[in-house]
Design a protein around this ligand. Structure first.
Ligand code: SF4
Length: 223
């Protein structure tokens, strides 16, 4: 196995951005919506979590209504996203805590905090880990926090950007420090595309990979 990591992280991002033609970032400015959507997206596809979110907002008129409705009603609404019994409990518990802390449901104050403090606030909510916190900050508020999902974690390790023994939770801070804030979105989106389309968990298509020449993995067998 080669010992060096990928030659330059900016070149890596540029190469993948060109290859996958990543869509420009669009900030939603809706942090609570993003928080709920990301919770619903756990262990399912974007398509299914999107359907669950649509049904949730069509069925209920307000966040307030969701915290007072029987769990069965939430479960029915979010069923397309899978794990509905578990996610309905998590969602109601999460919204109750948000209401306790921010009775007006407005999370825009996170913009005025440091990234560290904003992450801490979000991850102290029930059921919210570093990936969800980073998704809320990046996609809703354009704050350069890096979400590390299974694809970002796997591809980063294969490219030698991070120690393979680190957990995805640990990788958030490690990788975030390596990337310029203005590149965080592109890095995240590029590595997700690469993980989904070429650098698969099993049988990565290295012969089609635009990073093949510099990938530390090319001399080893990947199982
Ligand atoms: S060469 Fe193979 S292991 Fe390396 S990034 Fe490309 S697909 Fe992944």
């Amino acid at each position: 196995m080669k010992s060096e990591s990928y030659y330059n992280i900016n070149d890596l991002i540029t190469t993948l951005d060109r290859y996958y033609n990543i869509a420009p970032q669009q900030t939603s400015n809706a942090p609570l919506f993003e928080l709920v959507l990301t919770l619903l997206s756990q262990h399912t596809s974007d398509h299914n979590s999107g359907r669950a979110m649509n049904q949730l907002i069509n069925r209920f008129n307000s966040w307030e209504e969701i915290i007072h409705t029987p769990l069965q009603n939430i479960e029915d609404a979010i069923r397309p996203g899978g794990l509905a019994p578990t996610k309905s409990k998590r969602l109601q518990k999460l919204l109750i805590e948000v209401k306790n802390r921010q009775p007006d449901w407005n999370l825009n104050f996170l913009r005025d905090m440091s990234i560290v403090d904003a992450k801490e606030w979000l991850t102290s909510l029930p059921g919210i880990g570093p990936k969800t916190a980073a998704c809320v900050l990046l996609f809703a508020l354009n704050i350069p926090a890096l979400p590390v999902d299974t694809h970002v974690g796997r591809v980063s390790k294969r490219l030698g950007l991070a120690n393979k023994n680190l957990s995805n939770d640990d990788l958030h801070d490690v990788l975030e420090k390596m990337i310029q804030p203005k590149q965080i979105y592109l890095f995240h989106m590029s590595l997700i595309q690469h993980g989904r389309r070429i650098c698969h968990s099993r049988k990565p298509k290295c012969n089609k990979c635009p990073l093949l020449k510099n990938c530390p993995q090319i001399d080893v067998t990947i199982d």
